[in-house]
Structure formats: C-alpha cells, structure tokens
Design a protein around this ligand. Structure first.
Ligand SMILES: Cc1cc2nc3c(=O)[nH]c(=O)nc-3n(C[C@H](O)[C@H](O)[C@H](O)COP(=O)(O)OP(=O)(O)OC[C@H]3O[C@@H](n4cnc5c(N)ncnc54)[C@H](O)[C@@H]3O)c2cc1C
Length: 324
C-alpha cells in the first residue's frame, strides 16, 4: 500500500495548525489513489499527539525520536528523515511551507534523489498517480502547475492557510523509528530564545492588518495595532515601513518578507507594489485603505476605502469594538 507522509510541525507542546491543514491536503490526494495518510514527527519527543493527528486523518504515525533532534539542526533532521524514507519508500512527502521545512527538505530531496516543489497553493493527483502542484509564479502574477515525473518520493511544501483542516475519524497506529545519527560538528545550537508574541504570528494568522509608508512614523502604527487587536488579527508592514525603522523586519510581508494567506488582509497606507502583493496576494479577502484613488492596491483589493487612514482607522476600530 502506498503512503503519503505529512510532517508534523510542533511548537513547544502543541501541534501547529499547519499540520492539520497539510493532513487535509493529503486526504484530498488519498481520495484519488487510496494511499495511507501518515503523520511523521522528527524531533526528540513528540508527546501523546496521535489522537489529534488521527482526528485530522492520519492513519499511521511515524515517530522519529532521538535526543540529538531536540533542537532543529537541518543536517541531522535531513539525515534522520532520509533514513526512514529509504526504509519505507513513501510516494509523497508533504509539509507546511515553514522556514524549517524550506531549510531541511531540499537536503532530504538531495539525499533520497526525490523531486521537490516548495510553496504549493494546491495539490492534486494525475490519472497516472503523479503529484501535481500549483504554485505562484512571477510574484503572484500567474499560477504554474508542476508535475513530478518518474521520481519517488515526490516532496512538496504547502503554503500555510491554503487548505482548511477537516476532521476525520481515523485512529493513528504509532510506529517508532530509531535512527543512528552522526555527530554534527558543523552546526551547534547555542541558545534558543522564544520571542513572546502580543499578536498572532503572521504566517498563521486568520486576519492581518498591515501598515505601509502612509503611516509616516513608528508611533502612528498604534492605529494599526488597535485595529488588529479589535479584530484579533496579526500586525504586518510593507518593506517601506520596515526599512524606515518604524517596525521590526519580522513584520514585513512580501517578496523579501513573509508570505501570508489569511482570510482577511487589511492594507493601510500601502500602495500595492508587486513585491508586497507577492506576499499577500493569496489572501481570501483584501481590504485597502488609501487616500490616493489611483493607488494600484485598489486594482487588487476586494474592498477599498479611499480616505485618510488617520480618519478611517479609528472610526473602523470603534465600529468593530461595538460589534463586540
Ligand atoms: C527586490 C525587492 C524586494 C522587495 N520586497 C518587498 C517586500 O517583501 N515587501 C514590500 O512591501 N515591499 C518590497 N519591496 C519594495 C516595494 O517595491 C515597494 O517599494 C514597497 O512595497 C512600498 O511600500 P508602501 O506601499 O508602504 O509605500 P508606498 O509605495 O510609498 O505607498 C504608500 C501609500 O500610502 C498612501 N498614503 C500616504 N499617506 C496616507 C494617509 N494618510 N492615508 C491613507 N493612505 C496614505 C499613499 O497614497 C501610497 O499609496 C521590494 C522591492 C524590491 C526591489
């Protein structure tokens, strides 16, 4: 029986939502080829997560656990996963398009002579059981369909929020895999710092409010944070705002920042450059607030408010607060 593997993404003690999203993508493929959907954990201790994984469609759960995998180390993670791939020979390996997966999956592809495609917005299966992946090209101006040919496994990462997690009723059979890992002298984790977050992480947020050069300075971002907090949204920024030193780089959305795909993206004082659009163009609903009626963002949004952001944002925040 062929298998589709889904990499488990875990932050501290919780399985991140992207794991369930990618399990849904795998379940969609299973409908075409009847493969077994398997969750795969690489790390030092998965904890008891098999019930949750089963609830979202995992029928099997491979645990690749080793104390040396406590901290993320791309070469050790690649060695561990590659060894288990060679043993079980899955058809497809999927993971979220996270920085960690972008880092180590190319090494896995190289070690296992696999095909690799990053940042899929959709996955499908051809009649000949070939994985087909849709991904954006040219900063989001077109969508390419990429087919894997005569290669196994077919490895792909799936953009966060591209699939909705769907609950199933499978129960995951646990399979523990032990791996022999070489000591890695080239890469040592000295310290891991968890940065406390006031708002949802952008790549996972369901809603995002972003400010651009129109904010004029860092203090003015308060109106962006107020609107974001009233919506329970993450707060982002254009590169112009980041380069001006108003907000940190971790808030940058775009080609050289984070790629986000929320249900709601509110662009405030952002003109709508192709580089910004490359990072947020796949948002489900885009709202633009800009005082220039000719700003390109108005060609790309679902709803536009033409006005001064310093009038519009406080009024909008008040109305949203009234809705409770
Ligand atoms: C290789 C490369 C990579 C890049 N990567 C990124 C990236 O990752 N992310 C990114 O964002 N950019 C990126 N850029 C930069 C990009 O080209 C734009 O310069 C940038 O996105 C512009 O940011 P902005 O829209 O905030 O500023 P602007 O283009 O200056 O737009 C500001 C907007 O604010 C409006 N405004 C001003 N005052 C008000 C007000 N009071 N009320 C309402 N509206 C107001 C204006 O009408 C204007 O439309 C990249 C560029 C290059 C060359």
């Amino acid at each position: 029986m062929s298998e589709i593997w889904v990499l488990v993404d875990k932050a501290q003690d919780t399985v991140r939502n992207v794991t369930y999203e990618v399990l849904s993508a795998a379940s969609k493929l299973k409908e075409k080829n009847g493969a077994t959907v398997c969750a795969v954990y690489v790390g030092d201790n998965s904890g008891a997560i098999e019930a949750d994984l089963g609830k979202y469609g995992a029928e099997k759960f491979y645990k690749i656990e080793n104390p040396a995998l406590k901290d993320f180390n791309p070469s050790l993670y690649a060695a561990a996963l590659s060894e288990v791939i060679k043993k079980h020979n899955p058809d497809i390996v999927l993971g979220g398009n996270t920085l960690q997966n972008q880092d180590f999956l190319p090494r896995v592809a190289s070690r296992t002579a696999a095909g690799l495609c990053l940042d899929a917005i959709d996955v499908d299966m051809s009649s000949s059981s070939t994985l087909q992946v849709k991904r954006y090209k040219y900063s989001g101006k077109s969508i390419a369909t990429i087919s894997f040919h005569d290669v196994k496994p077919m490895i792909a990462t799936v953009r966060l929020n591209a699939f909705k997690p769907t609950e199933g009723s499978a129960s995951a059979e646990v399979v523990s895999e032990s791996v022999d890992l070489p000591s890695d002298e080239n890469y040592k984790v000295i310290e891991t710092k968890i940065i406390p977050k006031e708002r949802p992480e952008l790549t996972e947020a369901d809603k995002i409010v972003s400010g651009g050069r129109g904010m004029a300075n860092g203090e003015n971002f308060k109106v962006v944070y107020d609107l974001a907090d009233s919506l329970g949204a993450g707060a982002g920024a254009s590169r112009a705002a980041v380069d001006s030193g108003w907000v940190p780089y971790e808030m940058q959305v775009g080609q050289t920042g984070k790629v986000v795909s929320p249900n709601l993206y509110v662009a405030v004082g952002i003109s709508g450059s192709v580089q910004h659009y490359a990072g947020m163009g796949s948002s489900k609903v885009i709202v633009a607030i800009n005082k220039d009626p000719d700003a390109p963002i108005f060609q790309k949004c679902d709803y536009g408010i033409c006005g001064d952001l310093f009038d519009v944002l406080p009024a909008l925040t008040d109305e949203i607060k009234k809705l409770g």
